[in-house]
Design a protein around this ligand. Structure first.
Ligand SMILES: Nc1nc2c(c(=O)[nH]1)N[C@H]1C(S)=C(S)[C@@H](COP(=O)(O)OP(=O)(O)OC[C@H]3O[C@@H](n4cnc5c(=O)[nH]c(N)nc54)[C@H](O)[C@@H]3O)O[C@H]1N2
Ligand SMILES: Nc1nc2c(c(=O)[nH]1)N[C@H]1C(S)=C(S)[C@@H](COP(=O)(O)OP(=O)(O)OC[C@H]3O[C@@H](n4cnc5c(=O)[nH]c(N)nc54)[C@H](O)[C@@H]3O)O[C@H]1N2
Ligand code: SF4
Ligand SMILES: [Mo]
Length: 772
């Protein structure tokens, strides 16, 4: 059986541009690709002007996407099974899916489905597979999931849930003041057309940009206010900022009366904040903090983005809360150009009501770590395995993730992988994680199949793009929906179900299919968990352009239309039960993507889902942590560890682990350690020389880049390095994998998010410092 995922013409005419999207960050800008004469090489790439969010914009990185598609990463072309001696043998797909189904069934029968952990489900732009992977995993009784989101957004998910009952984002295109907290959007993007938007703010004298970052980043360099916080000290800075807002009476009292609860309690807590002392601890001039607070308060609208600089750092959940108080107290939710609650095609990065309830919030089975957004915190995963606890995980399915590389303390993660009964990895490449698997199931690349992202949070128009394949897939790898369907079938979950008559109903149109599908689910209630796979096998083959993989989007589009009636109607899909079907058809027919909602400002208030529809400003647990700042010794003054290392910085030449071939980097080939000039002189390091970095967890030799933008005491290594590729038949590794240097226990007490941005470190010169 072949996968039913549309074929592409291998022959491309010289002037044919094929539409797709960049897969290098969550912005997923629309691109057009021109293939070389061989029909394989990405000859030229340009921004797609028809893409409704990026409108032709790209940064410099997608021009190098050929290194993902055709680079020297070790591509897996056939299913692999680990032998007793640790080497791998190729097996056929039937054997692979049968054995995977048997092994997962055995784990379920012996230890229960809760002992199977599912990790990943999509990187930067490929979430379609995850919709089917989740179904496969639930079919085996799976309950616990995790992904990279659980090492960045956990704390923010909780705070957003408790305060607003919805995720929130900033409207940077229309804001008067932009605030970036531990975020460098010039490099990392994350907002549509980031550099154009930043430039527009910087250029306009009536608008301002405030950046909180220890480094003079590319973004900070064009900011009006750069609050150059000491690494890991944002809690004191943000407490002081909110303190100023309260103490100088900068709060928007009328707005708060209309929209928020608990303000008196917040006023009391922050009246007591010692602003001068906390500014001093944070390393930021008190006058600058006061001016920034006044600017926030005076603005008609403030848009805010917090990211890894604080989310992977000390007090991350508390800092998320303080940041949100700063713009809530100044009245910036649901106002034009301010913070909004986005529409979502799939409700992601949000806490459900059980997670928000102190009596019922779910926890991980062994460590008891709080589950937020449905995800077990990444940092506790090894602790959940390396134990004799009866509820420990016994099996792991990894899809589109590389946790051995991306989770704290890679050495311990590798030991955890070895301790599992069964590990299945679905990836394009032989990654650090795939190497630890019992079975590696090869996936098609993101350009060889239909794909989509669910990380769309734009406003007022939110966008969804179903990409079509642009290049013919090699024999062997399959699209993820097909892989999951085969595992589910091999396990017998679809036995006795009359798929043929469902397929025939689908041929007769959406309405008759809908009725037949409902009847089938009613007759076999157990099928509900594998509904996406049933759709893939029945509705899928009838979809245009070979887009069988899009079948799971049909109910998703219908639910989206129900959940966002106003936005979907304004976007042109009408109302009522058919709106979702029209939306689904539009997705199938528009390869550049569509705007699926067109929101007005008031939609935010419809999406705020606290019990009384008002903002809740009080989070008692976090106000308790705020108190503890008074007596805490801030990080960074330890003579044994005189540096704080940011382990994983986004740069022009990093893109998570999308590129395994280092040749894609024209500069910063090995991923240099950034050091301030003062520190370089003190330690005796030269630009381009070598240094040894020691952390409590490990040691690495790195190339040095003296960066005048770095603060003294702060050093930074890029993310996504330390991967290998194949050169002359050998695996060659480039640069340092940051998580060889990080520790799992260094994590937030609430959300379990790692403290990767302030890892204690020592620095010494190494060898000749040849200054190459
Ligand atoms: N080029 C590129 N872009 C990417 C990615 C990539 O790999 N490469 N990855 C994507 C992904 S997965 C993500 S999650 C985003 C992340 O995007 P960002 O969070 O913007 O990226 P980082 O560079 O990791 O961290 C942001 C900033 O935190 C600062 N920082 C370090 N320590 C502190 C501190 O103590 N306090 C404060 N306030 N700031 C601090 C750093 O100086 C840095 O400028 O980027 C996405 N975009
Ligand atoms: N120390 C430190 N650690 C970090 C970070 C940091 O800053 N510092 N950043 C963290 C963050 S924010 C993130 S998002 C994570 C990222 O870490 P991960 O989520 O683990 O990794 P990604 O690089 O996004 O890539 C995921 C995998 O998908 C594979 N892949 C690519 N295309 C496809 C496909 O079409 N199908 C399948 N099945 N697989 C595919 C790639 O080969 C890769 O193995 O790292 C985290 N880890
Ligand atoms: S901003 Fe992100 S998605 Fe857009 S082109 Fe750059 S790396 Fe790709
Ligand atoms: Mo990320």
């Amino acid at each position: 059986m072949t996968a039913n995922d549309g074929t592409v013409s291998a022959v491309s005419t010289p002037d044919e541009w094929r539409k797709s999207a960049c897969i290098l960050c969550e912005s997923n800008c629309g691109i057009e690709i021109r293939l070389g004469e061989d029909g394989r090489t990405f000859d030229r790439i340009r921004g797609d002007r028809d893409h409704p969010a990026s409108r032709g914009y790209t940064c410099e990185k997608p021009l190098r996407l050929d290194y993902y598609q055709n680079g020297r990463g070790e591509r897996v072309l056939n299913p692999l099974r680990r032998r007793a001696d640790g080497s791998f043998e190729e097996i056929d797909w039937d054997t692979a899916t049968r054995e995977v189904a048997e092994r997962l069934s055995a784990v379920r029968d012996t230890y229960g489905g809760e002992s199977i952990l599912y990790y990943g489900g999509g990187g930067q732009g490929n979430h379609l597979g995850g919709a089917y992977g989740g179904a496969m995993f639930r079919a085996f009784g799976g309950r616990y999931k995790s992904s990279a989101i659980a090492q960045e957004k956990g704390g923010e998910i909780w705070v957003n849930g408790a305060m607003f009952g919805t995720p929130v984002r900033g409207d940077f295109e229309h804001c008067e003041v932009a605030l970036f907290v531990g975020k460098n959007p010039w490099m990392s993007h994350g907002i549509p057309r980031a550099r154009a938007t930043l430039r527009a703010i910087a250029k306009d004298p009536k608008r301002s940009m405030i950046v909180i970052d220890p480094r003079v980043t590319e973004t900070a360099a064009i900011a009006d206010y750069h609050l150059r916080v000491g690494p890991g000290r944002d809690a004191w800075l943000l407490a002081a900022l909110v303190g100023v807002i309260v103490q100088e009476r900068l709060i928007d009292a009328d707005w708060l009366r209309a929209h928020a609860n608990g303000v008196d309690q917040i006023r009391a807590a922050f009246t007591a904040i010692p602003v001068a002392a906390y500014c001093e601890i944070s390393g930021v001039d008190e006058d600058l903090v006061r001016r920034a607070a006044r600017r926030l308060a005076a603005a008609r609208s403030v848009a805010v983005f917090e990211d890894l600089g604080i989310q992977m750092n000390r007090h991350s959940t508390l800092v998320s809360y303080l940041e949100k108080l700063a713009w809530t107290l100044t009245g910036n939710l649901g106002v034009h150009g301010g913070q909004y609650a986005p529409s979502m095609m799939v409700p992601l990065v949000r806490a459900n009501s059980a997670e928000l309830n102190p009596e019922t919030f779910p926890t991980s089975p062994v460590v008891g770590a709080r589950i937020l957004g449905g995800l077990v915190p990444c940092n506790v995963i090894p602790d959940e395995i390396l134990t004799d606890h009866p509820k420990r995980y016994r099996a792991l399915v990894v899809e589109s993730g590389n946790p051995v590389h991306s989770i704290a303390d890679s050495q311990r993660m590798r030991r955890a992988m070895e301790a599992l009964d069964t590990v299945v990895v679905i990836d394009v490449f032989m990654t650090e994680t795939a190497r630890m698997a019992d079975y590696v199931l090869p996936a098609r690349t993101q350009f060889e199949k239909h794909e989509a992202t669910f990380f769309n949070f734009d406003f007022p128009k939110n966008v969804f793009q179903l990409r079509r394949p642009v290049i013919e897939a090699p024999a062997g790898p399959l699209p993820e929906p097909e892989i999951h369907a085969r595992i589910v079938e091999a396990a017998g979950f679809l036995d006795g179900v009359d798929l043929q008559s469902l397929r025939e109903a689908a041929e007769h149109g959406r309405e008759s299919f809908s009725a037949a599908f409902d009847a089938t689910l009613a007759a076999h209630p157990k099928l509900a968990v594998v509904a996406p796979i049933v759709l893939y096998r029945t509705l899928g083959p009838t979809l245009p352009h070979g887009a069988a993989s899009a079948a799971a989007l049909w109910p998703i589009a219908r639910r989206c239309a129900v959940a966002n009636p106003g936005g979907v109607e304004r976007a042109g899909y009408g109302t009522g039960p058919e709106a979702g079907d029209r939306l689904f058809d539009a997705i199938l027919e528009n390869p550049s993507g569509i705007a699926f909602t067109d929101d007005d400002t008031d939609e935010t208030w419809r999406r705020v889902s606290t019990p009384d529809g008002r903002v809740n400003t009080v989070m008692l647990e976090l106000l308790g942590e705020l108190e503890s700042l008074r007596t805490e010794i801030p990080p960074g003054d330890d003579p044994d560890w005189p540096f704080l290392l940011s382990a994983g910085e986004r740069r022009s030449a990093t893109a998570n682990t999308a590129f395994r071939d280092p040749a894609w980097r024209k500069h910063d080939r090995e991923g240099a350690l950034r050091v301030s000039p003062q520190d370089a002189e003190r330690v005796g390091l030269s630009d381009n020389g070598l240094a040894g970095v020691t952390t409590p967890q490990g040691f690495a030799v790195v190339r040095v880049e003296i960066d005048p933008g770095m603060s003294a005491g702060h050093i930074a290594l890029p993310n996504g390095l330390g991967l290998d590729h194949i050169e002359n038949g050998q695996r060659v590794q480039t640069g340092v994998s940051p998580n060889e240097l990080t520790a799992g226990a260094a994590r937030d007490p609430w959300a379990g998010t790692p403290w990767h941005k302030s890892v204690p470190a020592r620095l010494e010169p190494v060898g000749l410092n040849d200054g190459r």
